[in-house]
Design a binder for this molecule. Structure first.
Ligand code: CP
Ligand code: NVA
Length: 302
């Protein structure tokens, strides 16, 4: 493993090892206090963030490393100087790059032109750190993740893509229910279907909300991702039947609700569900740090 650009690049063994290491670090942080001793990580963010920025910064600190946050005030990626120069220069000083970008190709460019590991902190295509934290969360609730039935309802986006790859590689069952025209990227679907077939998983895509039956957890995300200039009023009617609410949770028989956050109460999910008993949102948020620390220790640890 040289970088973490997408979950699809991980073998089942690598993915399971990352989840196991995340659990170990979470259970015994003192053992990893010096894991990144003397290592520096540069974080490049083109978009806003709460969870990712804070969990990487504090997580790197807990591993004994140092991190530096650069936003677009310091020169937008590819504008003041090319992405290739950015990557080559940062590689002179830092031991890893964590990047949140609009275009996934920018993250690929950093990996291609830099000489240090690159970790995708969200792009238009993927959110692998979120996916890892989410499967860590599910593995804390279910002994065998391959038996989990996860439904994703709403906009097929970067988070959906990473969840699809993760579920497929782990051999789990995932049902993706999206309004017509809002499905995940076609190539990602083909790749995830092939990974699911290889690992004994199942990936179902439909617009029919009636197919929600018999799920362990329902996951949703914002209907309008960062960089999407849609107006809520223009898309609301199309998405409304896909709002996660108590009736949908009941119909699915799902005990757990998941969301990467930020959540828009009364839009993609009702407040009673996102703030309710079965909501895993804070466990997911906490696990961002442990999952990312497992990635950092794997890529940089001594
Ligand atoms: N879930 C997530 O990535 O949150 P932030 O956008 O706040 O980092
Ligand atoms: N799909 C969302 C995830 C935010 C963490 C976005 O890209 O804005």
């Amino acid at each position: 493993m040289n970088h973490l650009l997408s979950i699809k690049d991980l073998s089942q063994e690598q993915l399971k090892d990352l989840l196991a290491l995340a659990k170990k670090i979470k259970g015994n942080p003192a053992e990893y206090r010096n894991a990144l001793d003397g290592k520096s990580v540069v974080m490049l963010f083109e978009k806003p963030s709460l969870r990712t920025r804070v969990s990487f910064d504090i997580g790197i600190n807990k591993l004994g490393g140092h991190c530096l946050y650069l936003d677009q005030q310091n020169g937008a990626l590819g504008k003041r100087e090319p992405v290739s120069d950015f990557a080559a220069n940062i590689s002179c000083w830092a031991d890893a790059i964590v990047a949140r970008t609009f275009l996934h190709s920018t993250i690929e460019g950093l990996a291609e032109h830099g000489s240090v590991p690159v970790i995708n902190a969200l792009s238009d295509l993927y959110h692998p750190c979120q996916g890892l934290a989410d499967f860590l969360t599910l593995s804390e609730k279910f002994d065998d993740v391959s038996k989990v039935k996860l439904a994703y309802v709403g906009d097929g986006n970067n988070v959906t893509h990473s969840l699809m790859y993760g579920a497929a590689i782990l051999g789990a069952t995932m049902t993706v229910i999206c309004p017509p025209g809002q499905f995940p990227d076609g190539q990602v679907v083909v790749e995830a279907q092939s990974l699911a077939a290889q690992h004994g998983g199942q990936l179902i895509l439909t617009s029919d909300i009636e197919e929600i039956a018999q799920q362990d957890a329902i996951y949703t995300d914002t209907w309008i991702s960062m960089g999407d200039d849609s107006n809520l009023s223009d898309i609301e009617a199309k998405f409304k039947p896909y709002q996660v609410n108590a009736a949908m949770m009941k119909k699915a028989g799902a005990n757990f609700f998941m969301h990467c956050l930020p959540a828009y109460r009364g839009v993609e999910v009702t407040a009673d569900v996102v703030d309710g008993e079965g909501s895993l949102i804070l466990q997911q948020a906490e696990n961002r740090m442990h999952a990312q620390n497992a990635v950092l220790v794997t890529l940089l640890g001594q």
